[in-house]
Unconditional design. Structure first.
Length: 130
């Protein structure tokens, strides 16, 4: 039997109207350096070489709707970002260009939208969080 090839998740890619702008937001939020950059593509990642985030310019980008509704682009994924202080982390994200979602489904999680409109969650890990 032929051995299975190796698979390694290298990055999650987010589309945006401007890859450079969205990458700059996440670079400032996460403190990750740029790995590669071009006019319509940017990859950032942790210094330890772990899985990163990539951004590509999509001129026809439509921001997802969250919470979902029958019309409009549905959210298909979101980023969960662990923080050590929920309130100050949310303040920092807003200062960098995020907006706080009107609907907050949990007290120990903050849902925000990045500058392109992708929802993401900030959370503090507790015994009950995964």
């Amino acid at each position: 039997m032929k051995p299975s090839p190796r698979f390694t998740l290298a990055a999650t890619t987010l589309d945006a109207p401007d890859a450079q702008e969205l990458a700059g937001f996440y670079q400032a939020l996460l403190g990750w350096p740029v790995r590669t950059s071009g006019p319509d593509w940017v990859e950032i990642g942790p210094s330890d070489g772990g899985t990163g985030l990539s951004f590509q310019t999509e001129p026809l980008f439509t921001p997802p709707r969250w919470p979902s509704a029958r019309s409009g682009q549905q959210m298909m994924m979101h980023l969960d970002i662990e923080v050590d202080d929920l309130s100050s982390a949310a303040e920092r994200a807003v200062a960098l260009g995020a907006t706080v979602a009107d609907f907050q489904p949990q007290d120990d999680v903050r849902v925000l939208y990045d500058p392109a409109g992708h929802p993401f969650c900030l959370f503090v890990r507790t015994g009950a969080s995964t």
